[in-house]
Write a protein that binds this ligand. Structure first.
Ligand code: 2HG
Ligand code: ZN
Length: 452
């Protein structure tokens, strides 16, 4: 390993190979504290050429490469686990933003650009990024691509895959693949960019992304609606979806989640506390407030409702939803699940959930919140020990049984390879293994992630 360290120092410079335990520590634990590991070094390349040289140096010695952006992932996908020995490849220094193409609405970004900077650059171009999530100040574009991030606006603009027009990446052997032309149509062979999106650092290291922005809809309105049951929340979502073309966000916060968030924010409830709250946001070229109000009336959601139009008031309502994650983290090390369940079976999923958790982890506190409009709910559990998987397994089985998926946005990571067969067939897993072997024959790229 010592000759690897000196080679890495030659490639990226001494100051960008962190070997001291205290300097490595922040890169070796995930945001929740549930996933931890050890690396031989944290390596911070500055550009694609350095990434390529680092990968060649590691592959020839079969040292694993765990790529990391803002370290905001929630499934341990950027945390080394070993064996084999690993480096953490921090991509944050690849943070340059190129010139926006205002006609094609495309923006080239280095993998280390944060989502907040991407959003600002899009706004400077009179557009918007079309993707938003609470970790925006730390999460990086490379991580959004590698995990096919979803977030609050996926219901309108899709997940990261739909927002990425192309990318550049370094393969395990150091080779560089690039599709940064911005061509709207290009059918010359397999779409490697699309394959690498969502591959969680297991097939290549994404170094640049051509981001596809969306028009800016200046007129916005956001409603917070108190409803009496999960059933009413699901029915409300189903009623709103076809009625509100300007819908940009449709979120659920259950009672335990809204209570812990209000307590964390020391805020008072803007609507009565009921078993569930809905957040309904729209962004329009017309009159957002009028469109939202009409859809709420037609959907029977106009009682116990507050509507915010100006940015400060909207932000205040949104912060109740966005703070749930931090509020739960401040109360313990959570188990985090991000199931996707079809709206058609979501009500029965929510009905069964308390008994399923209760049987697997008696006394656990359950929080349910998230992207109701996409059928993507975050189930967070407090109580079970970090290595106790019984409740996780029971909830994921329930999601699969409900016709859903074990992960709608956070990815498989280190947490869920053991559950992949709940939602992917033997044939599908064999095809994934064949792709992995072909692109990473030595198995050095993020081993143990996605495929066990
Ligand atoms: C969100 O939607 C994120 O806020 C995090 O996906 C969810 O903390 C979670 O479980
Ligand atoms: Zn989410």
């Amino acid at each position: 390993v010592s000759d690897l360290i000196s080679e890495l120092q030659t490639i990226v410079g001494d100051g960008h190979v962190l070997t001291a335990a205290d300097l490595r520590a922040g890169y070796e634990t995930d945001w929740t504290g549930r996933w931890q590991g050890e690396s031989v070094a944290v390596v911070r390349p500055a550009d694609t050429g350095e990434v390529s040289a680092v990968l060649r140096a590691c592959a020839s010695r079969r040292v694993a490469v765990v790529t990391q952006g803002g370290n905001t992932g929630l499934v341990g996908g950027a945390t080394p686990a070993g064996p084999p020995p690993a480096i953490v490849l921090s991509m944050r220094r690849l943070d340059s933003i190129g010139d926006a193409d205002p006609a094609l609405m495309q923006l080239p970004c280095g993998a280390g650009v944060t989502l907040a900077r991407l959003q600002q650059a899009a706004a400077d171009a009179g557009l918007q990024a079309g993707l938003d999530l609470a970790a925006r100040d730390s999460a990086t574009v490379g991580g959004l691509a590698a995990c096919n991030a979803g977030g609050l606006q996926a219901i309108r603009y899709g997940t990261a895959r739909r927002r990425i027009a192309g990318l550049e990446a370094v393969l395990a052997d150091g080779g560089v693949v690039s599709k940064m032309s911005g061509l709207a149509k290009d059918n010359a062979g397999y779409d490697l960019a699309s394959l690498l999106i969502g591959s969680e650092g297991t097939l290549a290291v994404i170094t640049r992304v051509l981001w596809s922005m969306v028009p800016r809809f200046a007129d916005r309105a956001l409603a917070l609606v108190a409803v009496d049951s999960a059933a009413a929340a699901v029915a409300g979502a189903r009623a709103l979806l076809p009625r509100l073309p300007s819908l940009e966000l449709l979120e659920l916060i259950d009672e335990p989640s809204l209570r812990i968030s209000l307590e964390y924010l020391a805020g008072s409830p803007p609507v009565p506390i009921t078993p569930a709250w809905l957040l309904v946001g729209c962004a329009s070229t017309g009159d957002a407030q009028e469109e939202l109000a009409a859809a709420l009336v037609e959907s029977g959601l106009d009682e116990r409702t507050v509507v915010a139009v100006d940015a400060t008031r909207r932000q205040r309502l949104l912060s109740i939803r966005e703070s749930v994650t931090e509020a739960i983290a401040s109360a313990g090390v959570p188990h985090k699940l991000d199931v996707g369940v079809p709206l058609a079976t979501l009500e029965s999923f929510l009905d069964e959930l308390p008994a399923v958790v209760g049987a697997a982890a008696p006394g656990a506190r359950t929080f349910v919140y998230g992207h109701l409009g996409d059928g993507n709910l975050h189930v967070n559990l407090l109580g079970p020990a970090p290595d106790d998987e019984s409740a996780d397994e029971a909830v994921l089985e329930l999601a699969a049984r409900s016709g859903g998926t074990i992960t709608a946005e956070h990815g498989v990571g280190r947490h869920k390879p053991q559950y992949l067969s709940l939602v992917r067939s033997d044939a599908e897993i064999a095809a994934m293994r064949a792709i992995k072997r072909a692109l990473d024959p030595e198995g050095v790229l993020n081993p143990g992630v996605i495929l066990a």
